[in-house]
Design a protein around this ligand. Sequence first.
Ligand code: FES
Ligand code: FES
Length: 220
Amino acid sequence: MNDTPTWRAAGGQPALSRRTFMMTTAASAGVAAAGGAAATTTDAPDAPDAPANPHAGSQATRVTVNGKSHELALEPRASLLDVLREQLGLTGAKKGCDHGQCGACTVHIDGCRVASCLTLAVKTDGCAVTTIEGIESPDGTLHPMQQSFIDHDALQCGYCTPGQVMAAIACVREGHATSDAQIREYMSGNICRCGAYAGILEAIREAAPQMLRSQGARHA
Ligand code: FES
Ligand code: FES
């Protein structure tokens, strides 16, 4: 028995033995690889640059973020959260759910808290946006709410904390921090997966009078 089977072309003529086929295939692969390497080298100068900004578009948007003005050309569907994080490099606001359900993305627009994942960036045209990066004093002193969160150990992993702090500042300003029940109610949109709620409540309870005493000297 011939252990080197031969493929036969139409008409029964021997066409290709297994050995010949393997050698031919290996040789072809080598040539292809060599050609590919050459092509890669040749093509390298034409390789595309960094990926295009997915949030860039035609909608002119002038927005002040943490006191710094920006003139942006935005894609109309870009969320404020994505533009802050991916275009402006402000990664303090976190993307938890991207559906308006966790509060991790909370920032302020003209002093009011919003879920930035549900806010179109183009809607901030002419507005002042404040993120967690913008609430400390110019000399680096933490906002009383930030300090209070630290003092009361109001976090574990910290992922929700920027949103918690921004919501807590707004909560005090709104006059919704006059009792524990009220704080719980008006902070209920900010979820903490670590369950640091006891510390968060204590932090807000302590920071609220400090904020009110300072009469908004340190706006967020
Ligand atoms: S990421 Fe915006 S609410 Fe969850
Ligand atoms: S501290 Fe971890 S989610 Fe709130």
